[in-house]
Design a protein around this ligand. Structure first.
Ligand code: DC
Length: 240
């Protein structure tokens, strides 16, 4: 009894930011979403913001390489997150329209890695991502969260998995959406994505020095989530 009173006296709960980066098809989004649910934190899918930006360009026939035009249109693009009353989920919005479904299309998936190499696009979206996290209590996943968006995040996780495992996961993910592609096509798409994400000059994907490595090759989603939660709990429940 005395020990419990002592613990209640000296323990406090701290709100933290959790940055989850890594390669495509490692289970980042699923893990981040579940961790946020468990902690009652806000989940932000930063990739969805790059996808929404790409959708805007496609819908308006704008060439992402036209720098002058990009600078003109950026002030007219509003990307945010809100609860969708139809699905009950917290989803990305583009100029006040829910676009969760549209941003997952093949057309957007094929362009987004290139659009996300553009300096102006990154500067615009990183600023918004940082604003979303200033009050803490955010789990954000992406490619540069631990290195650029939240370099001071209390918990940084870098997720990886063997290439073949990621290909198989992406295949299953696509099939769940009714999209059936040859394994070779998925392999080359993932390979190209990894290459673009890791070799671009603006904020390339890399593990922050202080990030904890989570290899998910042999892990089930529940195990990934539990590992991140264990790390988070170490930091959240602090003893004075
Ligand atoms: O996580 P995703 O597949 O939805 O991301 C889509 C693309 O956006 C991916 O090619 C990398 C890019 N991206 C990025 O450059 N930086 C982020 N923080 C998140 C995504």
């Amino acid at each position: 009894m005395y020990a419990i009173i002592l613990l209640a006296r000296f323990a406090y709960v701290k709100k933290i930011n959790i940055a989850i980066d890594g390669y495509a098809a490692c289970g980042k989004s699923t893990t981040a979403k579940k961790v946020a649910q468990e902690l009652n934190y806000l989940y932000i899918d930063s990739g969805a913001m790059y996808r929404a930006f790409t959708l805007y360009l496609l819908e308006n026939n704008i060439d992402y390489q036209n720098q002058q035009l990009l600078s003109q249109i950026i002030p007219h693009i509003q990307i945010s997150f809100a609860r969708n009353p139809q699905t009950g989920n917290y989803e990305v919005t583009l100029n006040d329209k829910f676009v969760e479904h549209q941003i997952r299309s093949l057309a957007v998936s094929e362009k987004v890695s290139k659009v996300s190499t553009i300096k102006e696009v990154r500067a615009f979206l990183v600023k918004q991502q940082q604003q979303l996290g200033w009050q803490k209590g955010v789990v954000m996943d992406g490619r540069d969260i631990g290195t650029v968006v939240f370099p001071d995040a209390e918990l940084k996780v870098f997720m990886d998995a063997e290439f073949d495992v990621r290909v198989e996961r992406r295949k299953q993910e696509l099939e769940a959406q009714g999209i059936y592609l040859e394994k070779a096509a998925i392999e080359s798409h993932l390979y190209e994505r990894d290459l673009l994400d890791t070799t671009r000059s603006e904020s390339p994907l890399r593990k922050a020095e202080d990030a904890r490595l989570l290899d998910t090759t042999h892990l089930a989603i529940e195990e990934q989530v539990q590992q991140v939660l264990d790390w988070a709990h170490e930091l959240i429940y602090c003893l004075e």
